[in-house]
Design a binder for this molecule. Structure first.
Ligand code: PLP
Length: 357
């Protein structure tokens, strides 16, 4: 029995397609008719090694990075671990960071433990409601670090800077959501839990020739080269998170890949932002040109309507639209698995509020 699903606009973790939830739950009881659960089969068995290899392969295939010198790894410790692991492995003297939100800020804090950090630009003074543009990038950086989508503030980088230094990007909240030339990045990382799978694993896609250049010694668990040499199985991998991520990647491939999901994501974003712009009861938080396709942030023009609005969306079967405490108001997260119908339900409620008020 599967209960009536809510329209889940929560920022995470994690919304996945219904069919993935179903297949993953079946594998918990019996994986591939083996009489064993996916979480009890040996992670060194051929069955699980095949899962890991398919997941790693699908990542590179979907991103268009096959045969271009990249490796995909499924690690642990969340994207937060990557804040320090990127610096540990890549920062010899100086790195540049674009500060576009709380997550960038946290990445900067960790990097400072390893070397000099240049904040190339920041929108912190405007509570991160826009993406800085036109800033200078020093030529002597070990790398430039960007956050492609700012989950909390609802901004997204649309045009990535052309750089002569290696580019590192936290894509936790928009990986696999839009097409681009991913080969312009030397290292991409993303917590699984928005567009890919349950929390518990973090995807790292790294160009191998970027590594091995720092002079410090790196502990094995934090060394990308160690994980690469062990085919992402240096220690016991988070088997359920990797398996479920693989199912989502399969689903994405079978449904037309990133290009097809991007088309849907654009429709969802256009639907909600049009409502925010025409409905006088709502104000968008992010600058229009920097609006995120994944997380739409908005506030009520008249706070007195909060109780009424909150009751209305709850009644409509909607979950998780409350904004993050540092922005307030509302945030509608529309990751890949969110349907256009669910967004239409929220937009209808917003329209009903205007008709009612
Ligand atoms: N980076 C971004 C853009 C995020 O949205 C998040 C979490 O939401 C993180 C990093 C931190 O991820 P984790 O909780 O996996 O450490």
């Amino acid at each position: 029995h599967i209960p009536m699903k809510k329209h889940n606009f929560s920022a995470g973790p994690c919304i996945l397609p219904q069919e993935v939830f179903k297949e993953a739950s079946e594998a918990i009881l019996d994986f591939n008719n083996s009489g064993l659960s996916i979480i009890e089969i040996s992670h060194r068995s051929k069955d699980f090694v095949d899962v890991m290899e398919e997941a790693r392969h699908l990542v590179l295939e979907l991103l268009g990075l096959e045969g271009k010198g990249y490796k995909a790894l499924f690690l642990q410790g969340g994207a937060s671990m990557q804040f320090l692991m990127t610096a540990y492995n890549l920062l010899e003297t100086k790195a540049g960071y674009l500060n576009t939100g709380s997550w960038s800020d946290k990445a900067i804090k960790e990097a400072k433990l390893f070397g000099e950090v240049v904040e190339v630009a920041s929108s912190k003074d405007a509570n991160y409601n826009f993406i800085p543009k036109g800033y200078d990038i020093p030529k002597d950086l070990d790398y430039l670090h960007l956050t492609s989508n700012n989950t909390i503030f609802g901004t997204q980088i649309k045009d990535f800077p052309e750089v002569s230094v290696p580019l590192v990007c936290d894509m936790s909240s928009d990986i696999f959501s839009r097409t681009m030339d991913f080969s312009k990045f030397d290292l991409i990382y993303a917590g699984a839990q928005k567009n890919m799978g349950p929390s518990g694993t973090t995807l790292v896609v790294v160009k191998e020739d970027l590594l091995g250049k720092v002079s410090r010694k790196i502990p094995s668990m934090l060394d990308y080269q160690v994980h690469i040499s062990k085919a992402s199985m240096f220690n016991t991998p988070p088997v359920f998170a990797v398996y479920t991520s693989m199912l989502t990647l399969r689903w994405l491939k079978n449904n037309g890949g990133i290009a097809a999901i991007e088309e849907l994501n654009e429709k969802k974003a256009n639907l909600i932002y049009s409502e925010i712009d025409v409905n006088p009861l709502f104000n968008g938080f992010a600058e229009k040109e920097d609006r995120s396709m994944m997380n739409a942030t908005f506030t009520l023009a008249n706070g007195d309507l909060k109780e009424t609005f909150d009751a209305m969306w709850k009644e409509a079967g909607i979950n998780g639209v409350n904004g993050h405490r540092s922005v307030g108001g509302y945030r509608a997260s529309m990751y890949n698995a969110m349907t256009l119908d669910s967004v239409a339900v929220l937009v209808d409620v917003m329209g009903d509020l205007e008709r009612k008020a």
